[in-house]
Design a protein around this ligand. Structure first.
Ligand code: GA4
Length: 326
């Protein structure tokens, strides 16, 4: 164990205070109340300006969230050898510190699942974990569908389900991830006391729906390249615009670069539903969004091609670069 000297602890508390100060200015992060009639306009504005927003009055019962949270907490508290029985993430399974297969590491352990297959869960009571997962995923999928329909409405895309049908399709290639960031007090050795939980990246899919417990750590990058901390809110969801939606809107929406810093004393647990299209789906700017003689910024590709290319990349890479028209 690393014994922390006093200066190291002081330095760390200084960083914590700075993060708390950023939380005093919540208007920075758009909050969309899904029960309000004008929420579609707020969503469009947030997707254009941040590629990110928080959702309240989302309709997902807290009971489903808490149930999955306690199942996940139980899973991550099992001995490592038990968790490893789930199988290595290739790409689905239980992962510890290694993210993807190209050398990325983080202070995180996780379960990565496809939403199309019943997961192989090596726990004492896999059935209750499976039920909790399925109920949670069904509720979150419904909310994500509503959000994508509001996006379509707000952008005047017809039919209303033009975007949502991609993730509602039986063949949709959506992914679910449970991330556990253990407290990192013992490893507070890296530069200025920051330990990376999950390195900076954009999500490849259409949108991602994130919920975390009340532990801070998530940061998003603003258009000017600066990073801001997202104050945790266990009662709300956070939506990320992914690369695919950036392409479908021909760059009007930007996928948000984000990362997670590990916390020295508290565990962070997050649950993320990544809404992906079917593998055969062509990802291209929607013709109805192309005004006048506006040209597509991207070469045409399928989700399968994009995903295959993504899996050869490192987390922080700009994956869309290979698909941009010169
Ligand atoms: C980032 C978003 C999702 O967590 C994920 C990640 C995937 C993985 O963990 O297997 C990737 C990463 C993510 C993009 C680049 C590749 C693939 C790790 C990695 C280094 C599940 C996804 O779809 O893409």
């Amino acid at each position: 164990m690393v014994i922390l000297s006093k200066p190291a602890i002081e330095q760390f508390s200084y960083i914590r205070n700075k993060q708390a100060a950023a939380a005093l200015f919540p208007p920075l992060i758009p909050i969309v109340d899904l029960s309000k009639p004008d929420s579609k306009h707020q969503i469009i504005k947030a997707c254009e300006e941040f590629g990110f927003f928080k959702v309240i009055n989302h309709g997902v019962p807290m009971e489903l969230i808490s149930r999955l949270e306690s199942e996940a907490t139980e899973f991550f508290s099992l001995p490592l050898c038990e968790k490893e029985k789930t199988g290595q993430p290739k790409p689905y399974g239980y992962g510890n510190k290694r993210i993807g297969s190209n050398g990325d590491v983080g202070w995180v352990e996780y379960l990565l699942l496809t939403t199309n297959q019943d997961p192989n869960l090596a726990t004492e009571n896999p059935e209750s974990f499976r039920v909790a997962l399925n109920k949670y995923m069904a509720a979150v999928k419904k909310m994500a569908c509503e959000i994508l329909e509001m996006v379509a409405d707000g952008l005047n895309i017809q039919p209303r389900n033009a975007l949502s049908k991609l993730m509602m399709d039986e063949q949709s290639d959506s992914v679910f991830r449970l991330n556990h960031y253990p407290p990192c007090l013992d490893v507070l050795q890296s530069l200025n006391g920051n330990v990376i939980g999950f390195g900076e990246h954009t999500d490849p899919q259409i949108i991602s729906v994130l919920r975390s417990n009340n532990t801070s750590g998530l940061q998003i990058s603003l258009r000017d390249g600066s990073w801001i901390s997202v104050p945790p809110d266990q009662y709300s969801f956070f939506i990320n615009v992914g690369d695919s939606l950036q392409v479908m809107t021909n760059g009007r929406f930007k996928s948000v670069k984000h990362r997670v810093m590990a916390n020295s004393v508290k565990s962070r647990l997050s649950m993320i539903y990544f809404c992906g299209p079917p593998l055969s789906e062509k990802i291209a700017p929607l013709p109805c969004l192309m005004k006048g003689d506006q040209q597509s910024l991207y070469k045409e590709f399928t989700w399968f091609e994009y995903k295959r290319s993504a899996y050869t990349s490192r987390l922080a890479d700009n994956r869309l670069m290979h698909f941009e028209k010169i």
